[in-house]
Ligand binder design. Structure first.
Ligand code: HEM
Length: 479
């Protein structure tokens, strides 16, 4: 009797759910994609929860084309790999685009920051204030400071064993660069290590939240052990951030730096200031660590390319890496620029640009229904064979002016495009060029015994692309 009653209640609940969301299912049906089970959707398509879930999701374009849908439980995800559709979506007004539901995990921590902000006017206000830190003028003034940072770092590299797990080793350095150069706060190495530890714990939990089938069923989330772990970590992390970034104002402020820094914007941003600091801390460090690791790894596997970058550096800046490079010298490093672009094509740290449709969006012959999550598949766009012959190969010459001009601009989007494109793009490129101008003159990067071919170094699609089993490279001092 009880069983019959429960089954009836469940059936009524399911029917009601499908009826209320009928428009969503109708439009979703017209978008290509794999067959899905009721409630579980395509979650069964994935081999084990340990494999990189998103990598599987994102490679479906090889079968279904430039737009396809998948069901993560009852959440509809529409994946866009067609560059023209991606451009249209990137350029749509920001107010139609909060982040997808599975990013709600971040809201408690960084909900008011520009990346996770769904309210257009709040986003616009913040972006305007924050833009002041990232204007070209103040950015170029950072070259001497960034140069000092890499000199100091390369000095430390001289004292460590020659086989390096570069991704691990770069992380605290990027944390030091971001918090000092952009925030204006100077932390001790032990404090940097602590910030990095908190960041890593936070992401570990984020991965769990994505993988956990139960969290796909929202109403059950609050009963799972995951939820209590999440609450604990949220509290610890928030406290950690408050300690570091709020007390940091008085204890850690570096008064020798001029220009506006993120730590100076407290008055204008109010309470949300902490969310911004937290976001820039994670967004900046994670992306830069992957971007730097990829360049070092690819150069170690391609000695002929590394030799060309080295020769260019010597001919434009000279042998003395202690001498600060000028902006025009950095701008003239055309081959290094091509190498960085090609690395970002193969390993775009932010491999998807996530969105949430708050109204129906008509695109080509399809309608992306209101409520759907949208993943603009940056990594997939970058490997389209019709734009990049031998798409998995590292060929920096693809970005020579002659080749670049013949390719549509929207098939290279590592920093996104449109109103919500990466605010840190100029900083990231300036930092990379300044740093590599020193590192490549000071060290030769050689392949480690761990990986014979590029393909052996597997990637994992987490918050950013990461190197699944580490990115190993040997460093040999040149002098
Ligand atoms: C190589 C390094 C980097 C890459 C490849 C990268 C890539 C991206 C991408 C693809 C987006 C999303 C665009 C979208 O959703 O449409 C983004 C947004 C963002 N990035 Fe970066 N990023 C990098 C470095 C940085 C750094 C160093 C910072 C700051 C310290 C930063 C801060 C942000 C912020 C705050 C946003 C959100 C912008 C908004 O929604 O208005 N990024 N980035």
């Amino acid at each position: 009797m009880i069983l019959v009653f429960l089954t009836t209640v469940l059936a009524v609940y399911i029917c009601k759910y499908y009826w209320t969301h009928r428009k969503l299912f109708l439009h979703a049906w017209s978008i290509p994609g794999p067959l899905a089970l009721p409630l579980l959707g395509n979650l069964v398509n994935f081999r084990t929860w340990k494999t990189a879930l998103f990598k599987d999701y994102l490679s479906f374009y090889l079968r279904y084309g430039g737009i396809y849908r998948i069901w993560a439980g009852h959440n509809l995800l529409v994946v866009i790999t067609d560059p023209d559709m991606a451009e249209t979506l990137f350029n749509l007004k920001a107010e139609v685009f909060p982040k997808p539901v599975f990013f709600d995990f971040f809201s408690v921590m960084f909900g008011q920051s520009i990346f996770f902000q769904g309210d257009y006017s709040a986003w616009k206000k913040h972006r305007k204030v924050l833009n002041r830190v990232f204007q070209t003028g103040p950015m170029t003034k950072l070259i001497p400071h960034l140069h000092e940072k890499v000199l100091d770092y390369s000095e430390r590299l001289m004292t460590v064993p020659c086989i390096q797990r570069v991704d691990k080793m770069l992380y605290p350095w990027q944390c030091d660069v971001i918090t000092h150069t952009l925030f204006g706060l100077k932390f001790k190495p032990t404090e940097i290590d602590l910030i990095c530890y908190v960041n890593k714990q936070f992401f570990k939990l984020f991965r769990e939240s994505i993988k956990s089938v139960l969290t796909q069923i929202k109403c059950l989330e609050r009963f799972t052990a995951f939820q209590s772990k999440k609450t604990i970590l949220e509290t610890v992390t928030k406290m950690g951030m408050v300690n570091f970034f709020v007390t940091g104002h008085s204890d850690h402020r570096d008064s020798t730096l001029d220009d506006i820094k993120l730590a100076d914007l407290q008055e204008e941003l109010g309470e949300a200031h902490l969310d911004e600091l937290g976001l820039f801390n994670i967004a900046g460090i994670e992306t830069l660590t992957t971007a730097f690791s990829a360049v070092i790894f690819l150069l170690s596997m391609h000695p002929e390319v590394q030799a060309k970058v080295y020769d260019e550096l010597i001919s434009i800046i000279g042998e003395d890496f202690h001498k600060k490079p000028s902006l025009s010298e950095l701008e003239n490093l055309k081959y290094l620029d091509m190498v960085i672009k090609e690395s970002l094509r193969l390993y775009p740290p932010a491999y998807v640009a996530p969105r949430r449709a708050t109204e129906d969006i008509h695109i080509g012959e399809f309608t992306i229904p209101k409520g759907a999550s949208i993943l603009i598949n940056v990594a997939g766009i970058h490997r389209q064979p019709q734009y990049y012959s031998q798409p998995d190969k590292f060929i920096p010459e693809r970005f020579s002016p002659e080749e670049y001009i013949n390719r549509p601009r929207n098939c290279f989007v590592p920093f996104g495009i449109g109103p919500r494109k990466c605010i840190g793009q100029k900083f990231a490129l300036l930092h990379m060029k300044t740093a590599f101008s020193v590192l490549i003159r000071r060290f030769e990067f050689l392949p480690s015994e761990k990986y014979e071919r590029i393909e052996d170094c597997l990637t994992a699609f987490r918050f950013v692309i990461e190197f699944k089993h580490g990115c190993f490279v040997k460093f040999r001092p040149r002098v």
